[in-house]
Design a protein around this ligand. Structure first.
Ligand SMILES: NC(=O)c1ccc[n+]([C@@H]2O[C@H](COP(=O)([O-])OP(=O)(O)OC[C@H]3O[C@@H](n4cnc5c(N)ncnc54)[C@H](OP(=O)(O)O)[C@@H]3O)[C@@H](O)[C@H]2O)c1
Length: 260
């Protein structure tokens, strides 16, 4: 797919991967609209990005998505790429946590229901364009879980499978379905993890990650797995018990902290 001259909607463009996507995609001559939950954070991002358009939309709120759709249909009818990037990640001790029922499953609302609602809402608009694409941002942890983030990994596995099905259902249409499964990437998402929990994991920069993403889209690679993400996918297929054990080491540390 050509990666210039498109009209692109990126959910969660105020920081990290979404922000860097906006930056690189703008530089390539695309029209870019970014979303986020806060007007203030969007204004800060816009001040740095310059040409980006912004609109508040909580991806976990179906009413917000309807409002976003109205806005895009009116102001950006040429929308031909939806990037479902917004996501949250919690560390949860399943035996000992302070979340209420809603908080416990909040990642499901943002990381799974949000992208599904967005795909469903925007598909008719995307289908109006000759060349269109949906990009779902999953994770290397969609292939094998990091057990200290149990719900997060379940959401990414769900989005991975949803993306496989969506791609098959849209195969005779103008809408291509891409999945970007980033490896550990240096953003605020992983700030709550300490060095012990991240031992042995190397972090990719957002710049390199987005470069790989753009190359993947240009080459029509539908499952883009940069860096260690490709290793996780390989290991999960051929050595599933071994790789799960490796990623489970931090569970002991979590339990030790809980008894202190
Ligand atoms: N960093 C990693 O190691 C890594 C690895 C694999 C996959 N990923 C995935 O990459 C994506 C981007 O994460 P990141 O690392 O760039 O994290 P980040 O820096 O924390 O950025 C997350 C973005 O999502 C937005 N967001 C969160 N909840 C939202 C909601 N309900 N509605 C709308 N926007 C929302 C945030 O905006 P506001 O806070 O301004 O609303 C922010 O712009 C996520 O899907 C994440 O799961 C990250």
């Amino acid at each position: 797919m050509n990666i210039n001259g498109n009209t692109i909607l990126i959910t969660g463009g105020t920081s990290g991967i979404g922000f860097e996507m906006a930056k690189q995609l703008l530089a390539l001559g695309n029209t870019v609209v970014i979303t986020g939950r806060s007007e203030e954070r969007l204004a800060v991002a816009k001040a740095e990005l310059g040409a980006a358009h912004t609109i508040v939309c909580d991806a976990a709120n179906p009413d917000d998505i309807q409002r976003l759709h109205k806005h895009m249909t009116l102001n950006f009818p040429n929308l031909n790429m939806l990037i479902n990037n917004a996501g949250i990640m919690h560390k949860i001790n399943l035996q000992n946590h302070d979340y209420d029922a809603h908080g416990l499953t909040q990642e499901i609302d943002t990381n799974v229901k949000g992208p599904i609602w967005l795909c469903d809402t925007f598909l008719p608009l995307l289908k109006r364009n000759r060349h269109a694409a949906i990009v779902n941002v999953t994770s290397g942890l969609a292939f094998v879980p990091l057990p200290i983030s149990p719900i997060y990994c379940a959401t990414k596995a769900a989005l991975h499978f949803y993306s496989l099905s969506l791609r098959e259902q849209l195969r005779n249409t103008n809408v291509q379905v891409f999945e970007l499964a980033p490896p550990a990437t240096q953003t605020t998402l992983v700030d709550t993890f300490d060095t012990e929990e991240m031992k042995g994991i190397s972090f990719m920069s957002t710049e390199d990650l987005v470069k790989s993403f753009i190359q993947g889209v240009e080459r029509n690679v539908y499952e883009i797995c940069p860096g260690q993400s490709a290793q996780l996918r390989f290991m999960s297929r051929f050595f599933p018990k071994f790789i799960l054990k490796q990623l489970s080491i931090s569970v002991d540390g979590m339990h030790q902290k809980a008894v202190k």
